[in-house]
Design a protein around this ligand. Structure first.
Ligand SMILES: [Mg+2]
Length: 361
C-alpha cells in the first residue's frame, strides 16, 4: 500500500468512524444495545437527518487539513506568516459554518467581506453537529479579540477531546516526528489549553505519521511515548496511553473493557487511549471502527480517532463499501485529501487555480 493510500485511509476511515458513532454519542451502552440490538452498533444508523452524516469531528479535521495546505503553500512561496495563523483562520471559517456571521468569526485583523477558498463553498458543511463548547468559545473569543491560544497563552483549562479529534492531518507535515507532534499539539492548543488536551493531539499526529510511513502500530505508539516524554506535563497523557496498550494485551475489545479507561473518551488522553486500544486489539478495519463506537462514552470522537489510526493501517480499500457510499461529503473529503497529498508531495502545484483554491490567507 502506498503512503498516499494510507493517508486517504486515515482521513476517510476517520469520517466513517465519526458517522458510525454520530447517533449514539451521548448514549450509554445499555441504551445502545436496546436501540441497536445485543451487538450494539453494527452498521450506519440515521443521525442528523440521514445515514452517513459526519459530525463536528470530521468538519474540523477537514478545516485542519485546509489550514495546513494553505500554510504550507504560503511558506513555500516564501511567506513569513506562521503556520498557526493559517490553522486558526481555517477554524474561524469552520466557526462561520456553525451559524455565526463572518464578521463575528474573521477576527479584528481580517477585513475580508467573505471567507475565501474552496472548502468553505460546500454548503453541506454549514450544519451544526453537536459542536464542542470549548471549540466554539475559544474560536468566538479569537473572532472578538484576535488573541490566539497557545502553549503559553492559555485560554482555558480544557482537555476535552476536541483537540485530538481533529489533528490526524498534521501527520503530513514535513520534518521529523518532533516537528509533526508540535504541529498537531499547536493546532489543538488554539482551543484547548490543558496539556492533556493538546499533547494527546500531538501524539495522534505522530502515530498517524508513523503508520503512513509504513510502520506498525506498536512502533508508532512507542514513537508517541518518546515524543510525549519531551514535553512538560505529559504524565497524564502517557499514563492513559499505557492503560490502553496494557488493555490491548487482554484480547478483543468490549464495551465493558473500554469502560475501564477513565474519562469515556470525552477528554483528550482518554479518547486517544480508547482509539489506540481498539486499533491494537482488533485485526481489521470493520471490527476496529465498530468496537470504537460501542461504549458509553463519546462514540463519534473515539470512532473518528480510531478510524484515523486504523484507516492508515488498512487503507481505504478495507472500508465497507456501503459505508463509503453513504458517507456525507465523501467526494469533498477525497478531493481535499488528494490536494493535501499534492501540496505535501514532491512537486506541489504552482498554477494560479491552486492559489484560488487555497489562498494565501
Ligand atoms: Mg462530534
Amino acid at each position: 500500500m502506498s503512503r498516499d493510500d494510507r493517508f486517504l485511509g486515515s482521513i476517510l476511515a476517520g469520517a466513517v468512524g465519526d458517522a458510525l458513532g454520530a447517533a449514539d454519542e451521548f448514549e450509554p451502552i445499555h441504551i445502545i444495545r436496546e436501540l441497536r440490538g445485543p451487538a450494539g452498533i453494527t452498521d450506519l444508523v440515521p443521525a442528523f437527518g440521514g445515514l452517513g452524516k459526519i459530525t463536528d469531528d470530521t468538519q474540523m479535521t477537514l478545516f485542519t487539513l485546509e489550514g495546513l495546505i494553505r500554510g504550507h503553500a504560503h511558506l513555500r512561496r516564501g511567506g513569513q506568516t506562521g503556520l498557526e495563523h493559517f490553522v486558526q483562520s481555517a477554524y474561524q471559517r469552520w466557526l462561520h459554518t456553525q451559524d455565526y456571521s463572518w464578521e463575528d468569526c474573521r477576527g479584528p485583523q481580517n477585513t475580508s467581506l467573505e471567507p475565501d477558498g474552496w472548502l468553505i463553498t460546500h454548503r453541506e458543511l454549514f450544519s451544526r453537529r453537536a459542536p464542542g463548547k470549548t471549540c466554539l468559545t475559544a474560536l468566538m473569543s479569537y473572532g472578538n479579540n484576535g488573541q490566539m491560544g497557545s502553549f503559553t497563552h492559555r485560554l482555558n483549562t480544557s482537555k476535552g477531546c476536541g483537540g485530538v479529534m481533529r489533528t490526524a492531518p498534521a501527520a503530513l507535515w514535513p520534518g521529523d516526528p518532533g516537528t509533526v507532534f508540535g504541529v498537531g499539539a499547536m493546532a489543538a492548543a488554539l482551543s484547548h489549553s490543558h496539556p492533556s488536551g493538546y499533547l494527546s493531539a500531538g501524539a495522534l499526529s505522530v502515530i498517524v505519521r508513523h503508520l503512513i510511513d509504513g510502520g506498525t502500530l506498536p512502533d508508532a505508539v512507542d514513537e508517541a511515548f518518546r515524543q510525549l516524554a519531551r514535553w512538560q506535563h505529559h504524565e497524564e497523557t502517557t499514563a492513559a496511553l499505557r492503560v490502553g496498550v496494557r488493555l490491548a494485551e487482554q484480547g478483543p475489545p468490549t464495551p465493558e473493557k473500554i469502560a475501564t479507561i477513565d474519562g469515556g473518551g470525552w477528554i483528550g488522553e482518554s479518547a486517544l487511549a480508547i482509539a489506540v486500544y481498539v486499533a491494537l486489539a482488533t485485526d481489521n478495519l470493520d471490527e476496529a471502527l465498530l468496537a470504537a463506537v460501542n461504549h458509553s462514552g463519546d462514540s463519534d470522537s473515539t470512532g473518528a480517532i480510531c478510524g484515523n489510526i486504523a484507516g492508515a493501517m488498512y487503507g481505504p480499500g478495507a472500508l465497507r463499501p456501503s459505508w463509503l457510499e453513504h458517507l456525507e461529503l465523501r467526494n469533498t473529503i477525497e478531493e481535499l485529501a488528494a490536494d493535501a497529498l499534492a501540496e505535501f508531495g514532491p512537486e506541489p502545484p504552482a498554477h494560479s487555480l491552486w492559489e484560488r483554491k487555497y489562498p494565501n490567507s
